[in-house]
Design a protein around this ligand. Structure first.
Ligand code: HAS
Ligand code: CU
Length: 554
């Protein structure tokens, strides 16, 4: 059996399409509301403080920033990913979910959690930014709501695991289809990774916010948080990688260069995504230097599968372009189907990710990190990664996914192509300015327009942040409008509706070695590595817990 045999084997039912569609709808709404805050922040940088006029709705810069981070980084991504993983599981395995009720319960748990989180956020009772570091303190409803979102995603994960196990039982010795395998792997990584914030919220933040304990330990809380916080970025990234590896080549008219290399990259992510969290805590005083070096080393290890990805995906794209008559060392790039908005979105996302990745290497280097830590450089970095590599790829995916789910044609594909370029240009201006400001010493998470210490030298860069932010806002509106017009458009003949693009592998997947399709050893390896890299420090910090920080507001 090949991946492409599976594709023709199973058409999603209307019910399945609607279920996935609900995930995407919540995701897009979160992106829209979260992005409304974007210009408020970026305009503030050049002295245009719009918060002043919004006082009855929004208290201040920090409430806007919290909404922006929680809705865009946490909600848009999580709902999109879980919806997309429903699709990769069902389409990949060529069968319906084995326990659709489990997934339904998971979705409703996530949605309940989201509403519970939204209320205190909007009331200004959870202005703790998306990392919710104590001693910043939020209402209990915020913590409980976030817990439910995570637990809901676990439950949907169980639905995927059960379906995958059922397929395995019925197909002994057959390599599991790549997109299903990779989606399930991402959810497995997520289950282990989120144990950090689960323990943080249940043992520290919730009891603290309801008054059972009156103070907290910020150091231990940060350690728990980053246990989850770093792998979180790969939870976001891997679905984009699924598309780059196994869908984009098909859209470009080619094949997946190597099924084995693709799987190896995913296994490496499972192995080393988690034991690297201290690279966010290089300046935290409570963690001995030696452990920070170990996590820095492991961060270089997790850099490697992204290099593999760059190689494999670009090789697949070059092959596709040459099938289309592309020539030359780099001339083939022009032969890619740039007029397909789904393709242009993902190519542009990949190009900016190269720069995001190089910045990541700077961040990961223990000594150089002290130059950029807590500066505007960091949001510069993550707008290239989560806000471009991931978000622009998800936008690209939705350019075929939403028509596929709704039985319609994409509204004005040319506009959609312009939308992807608008994002690209806006992001170059925005993120370059943020990186430069960071190097000049501008702090992150600060309304710089009101700061008394800003030197004249920063003015031009602050203005570029505002311009870039404004362009990005236009790009979000263009995207949401295109989605809206698409689903409001007329139903078309099924032959005109885009298919789920699934690329065949150049070599038959059955030739992929069996050890690249077996979960057990990799899961054991991941757990052992986590115990080695985190065990002693967690033991140390838990035994020396000091609950002496009372809660504060921003
Ligand atoms: Fe990061 C901080 C290190 C990747 C997100 N990161 C953050 C924060 C976020 C974030 C949100 O070591 C801020 C957290 C906070 O609020 O405090 N990051 C790294 C490293 C990588 C990395 C080493 N980050 C990501 C990804 C993210 C993300 C991915 C989101 C999705 N990051 C750090 C560190 C910090 C940090 C420190 C802490 C900084 C501090 O002090 O606070 C690596 O994984 C990057 C590897 C990437 C590559 C690029 C490969 C290129 C590819 C493109 C191929 C091209 C194609 C297009 C397909 C090696 C795969 C071809 C097109 C044609 C036309 C041909
Ligand atoms: Cu990280």
């Amino acid at each position: 059996m090949t991946v492409s045999d599976v594709k023709v084997g199973y058409e999603l039912t209307t019910k399945e399409k609607r279920f996935i569609g609900w995930h995407i709808l919540v995701a897009v709404l979160a992106l829209l509301i979260g992005s409304l805050m974007g210009p408020l922040q970026s305009f503030e940088f050049s002295g245009l403080n719009l918060y002043r006029y919004l006082e009855p709705i929004l208290q201040d810069y920090y409430q806007g920033l919290t909404l922006h981070g929680v809705l865009n980084a946490l909600v848009w991504t999580t709902f999109f990913i879980v919806g997309f993983t429903n699709l990769t599981t069902i389409k990949g395995l060529g069968r319906p979910l084995s326990h659709p009720l489990v997934n339904k319960i998971g979705f409703w748990t996530m949605l309940t959690g989201l509403v519970m989180t939204a209320v205190p956020l909007l009331l200004g009772e959870a202005t703790v930014l998306y990392t919710f570091y104590p001693p910043l303190e939020a209402s209990w409803a915020f913590y409980l709501g976030l817990t439910l979102v995570v637990v809901g995603s676990w439950i949907e994960g169980y639905g995927f695991f059960l379906t995958y196990r059922g397929w395995r039982k019925d197909n002994p010795g057959v390599r599991s289809p790549f997109i299903a395998f990779a989606g399930v792997l991402n959810m497995a990584m997520w289950q282990i990774a989120t144990l950090g914030i689960a323990v943080e919220i249940l043992t520290m933040l919730l009891p603290w916010s309801v008054g059972l304990i009156d103070a907290t330990d910020p150091e231990l809380a940060r350690t728990y948080f980053w246990f989850t916080g770093h792998p979180l970025v790969y939870f976001w990234l891997l679905p984009a990688y699924i598309s780059w590896y196994a869908m984009l080549p098909k859209q470009a008219g080619g094949k997946l260069f190597s099924d084995s290399l693709a799987r190896l990259a995913f296994w490496l992510f499972l192995l080393v995504s988690i034991p690297v969290g201290f690279h966010h805590q290089f300046v935290d005083p409570g963690i001995p230097e030696g452990w920070k070096w170990i996590h820095a080393g492991l961060t270089y290890a997790v850099f490697f599968p992204s290099m593999l990805t760059a190689f494999t995906v670009i090789a697949s794209l070059e092959h596709a372009a040459k099938q289309r008559g592309g020539k030359g060392l780099v001339g083939w790039i022009r032969a890619l189907p740039w007029s397909d908005p789904s393709v242009s979105a993902q190519l542009l996302a990949g190009i900016l990710f190269m720069f995001g990745g190089i910045g990541g290497l700077v961040n990961a280097s223990y000594n150089i990190n002290t130059v950029i830590h807590n500066t505007a450089w960091v949001p510069g970095h993550f707008h290239l990664t989560v806000a471009t590599a991931v978000t622009l790829s998800f936008i690209g995916i939705s350019y075929w996914l939403v028509p596929h789910l709704s039985g319609r044609k994409l509204w004005k594909p040319k506009w959609a192509v312009i939308q992807t370029w608008t994002w690209f240009v806006g992001m170059i201006i925005f993120s370059n300015a943020m990186h430069v400001l960071g190097l000049l010493g501008a702090p992150r998470r600060t309304p710089l327009g009101q700061a008394p210490y800003v030197p004249e030298e920063w003015a031009g860069h602050l203005l570029r942040v505002s311009i870039g932010g404004g362009i990005l806002f236009i790009a979000v509106i263009m995207y949401v409008w295109t989605m809206y017009k698409t689903v409001r458009g007329p139903k078309v003949d099924p032959s005109e509706v885009p298919e789920v693009p699934i690329a065949e592998s150049m070599r038959h997947p059955q030739l992929t070695p069996a050890w690249l399709d077996t979960f057990k050893p990799w899961l054991i390896g991941a757990i052992v590595l986590i115990l080695v890299a985190y065990g002693p420090q967690l033991f140390e910090q838990i035994s020396n817990i000091s609950l002496n920080s009372p809660g504060i507001g921003p």
